[in-house]
Ligand binder design. Structure first.
Ligand SMILES: Nc1ncnc2c1ncn2[C@@H]1O[C@H](COP(=O)(O)OP(=O)(O)O)[C@@H](O)[C@H]1O
Ligand SMILES: N[C@@H](CC(=O)OP(=O)(O)O)C(=O)O
Length: 421
């Protein structure tokens, strides 16, 4: 049993959908679960719909209509006019419009999880139908009924026991018994119960693929990307990059955690727990082997890797009365970060000061700072970059930081991190 995951870029238009189907046909045999994200930038558009539902319903309807029109444009290129897919899209459109019309009473995060999943529902209906159209019979599954979570809307936590039971009773049974063992489902979306859908956090479809693989005891997982595999740096920031053809789970989880956005950071743990290999491969050059991630760490240290997080804010939190920053203060400060859900990318403390680097666009950052300002003196620097180098050497470090002003620096045996202007 294998799992494939196609992200937004790999299904962003009719040609990409055709290409993805070609990959499935090329790679051949089932049993195969195919996890698909929303097409292109649909999730961003659905987030705009949500913002407007809370402000101006007419605008919300107009933005959602554009989402539907964009999907219909793709459908028109893929299917004949009498295809059943048009009814499916009408049905989804009606359901979403009903939420748009009635749904601004709940809390925003709850409403988010009601509405934003329509991106994935639309893409998977189209994908599954076109796969059939191209001769690969398959079954569509609604991940909201299968991946079970708690009620933490927008970044729900998986309930592994319930999820394993649901996967076994649905997708696993189907894949074991079907003459054409191909299943299609959504990434990113899940459900707390039958009436309350949830989502796993932005870009969470890689994680979905790994949850399904865990529950299915899959032989391996392949995530198809617009890059040749995991590179030693993001090609959007670095001109010259090297493919990491084989790295360990440990190396992959570190790279993802520091911000190598090619893999969602939560993806690795479930796979590592069951020793399921993960392949990251190019959907453009789908005959290339890409990157293999498994238990072997033999090649981890051969190439230095670079990760840049832009738009960082360094927040310095000091006691007002010159008392030491000790455990009481730290636990108070961490509690506030957790309450406002602001993620710390780097931290350092001194006698009376605790400094953290956070993403400038963290959702409730200003609210957090207002709260902390009631008890501490807060200073900050904006417009910074956080550079992480795995397996660094002095020459590389000097080259990348020579003309920069460094505000914070941390070094461990394998990792060097600098926050700089
Ligand atoms: N170390 C890295 N290696 C490869 N790609 C990286 C790396 N770091 C960041 N990326 C970026 O990740 C992108 C692919 O991930 P993403 O856009 O999330 O895929 P999808 O949404 O299709 O699943 C690439 O286009 C690339 O710019
Ligand atoms: N569609 C969701 C989930 C996801 O993972 O998408 P992608 O695989 O395109 O990053 C998002 O954009 O956040």
């Amino acid at each position: 049993m294998r799992v494939f995951k196609f992200g937004g870029a790999s299904v962003r238009d009719a040609e990409s959908v055709r290409n993805a189907i070609q990959i499935i046909k090329n790679e051949g045999k089932g049993p195969l679960l195919i996890v698909v994200s929303a097409m292109g930038k649909t999730t961003n558009a659905m987030e705009r719909v949500l913002i407007e539902v809370l402000k101006n319903r007419e605008n919300a309807r107009a933005i959602f209509k554009q989402v539907i029109d964009d999907h219909l444009e793709i459908v028109n290129e893929l299917f004949e006019a009498e295809s059943h897919i048009y009814n499916e899209i009408d049905m989804l459109s009606e359901q979403a419009n009903e939420i748009i019309d009635t749904g601004n009473t709940g809390k925003p995060d709850y409403l988010y999880d009601q509405l934003v999943p329509f991106g994935e529902l639309l893409s998977t209906k189209i994908f599954s139908e076109f796969l059939k159209h191209e001769g690969v019979n398959n079954q569509w599954f609604d991940a909201r009924d299968i991946i079970k979570t708690d009620y933490q809307y927008k970044s729900a936590n998986v309930d592994w026991k319930r999820t394993e039971i649901q996967v076994e009773n649905t997708i696993a049974q189907f894949l074991k018994n079907s003459a054409s063992p191909f299943a299609v489902t959504q990434g990113f979306i899940a459900g707390a119960d039958a009436l309350n859908p949830t989502t796993l956090g932005r870009e969470g479809s890689d994680y979905s693929a790994s949850i399904f693989a865990f529950a299915l005891h899959a032989k391996n997982v392949t995530i198809w990307k617009d890059v040749p595999g995991v590179l030693n740096a993001d090609p959007k920031h670095f001109k010259e990059t090297t493919l990491l053809d084989h790295i360990s789970y440990r190396e992959a989880i570190e790279l993802a955690y520091y911000g190598a956005s090619v893999i969602h950071p939560k993806t690795i743990q479930p796979l590592q727990n069951k020793k399921i290999p993960l392949y990251v491969r190019s959907f453009k050059n789908f005959n290339e082997p890409g990157t293999l991630i498994d238990s072997s760490s033999n090649n981890d240290e051969t190439v230095p890797s670079f990760i840049i997080r832009k738009d960082q804010r360094l927040v310095s939190i000091s006691t007002r009365d010159f008392s030491f920053i000790v455990e009481d203060h730290l636990s108070d400060i961490f509690e506030e970060f957790a309450r406002f859900r602001v993620k710390i990318n780097m931290m350092q403390n001194s006698a009376i000061n605790f400094s953290v680097s956070v993403d400038e666009n963290s959702f409730q950052l200003n609210e957090l700072i207002d709260e902390l300002s009631k008890r501490y003196q807060i200073l900050y620097n904006q417009g910074l970059e956080l550079l992480t180098i795995r397996h660094f050497n002095d020459e590389i470090f000097k080259k990348l930081t020579s003309d920069r002003k460094i505000l914070l620096e941390q070094k461990t045996r394998n990792t060097l991190r600098v926050l700089m202007r």
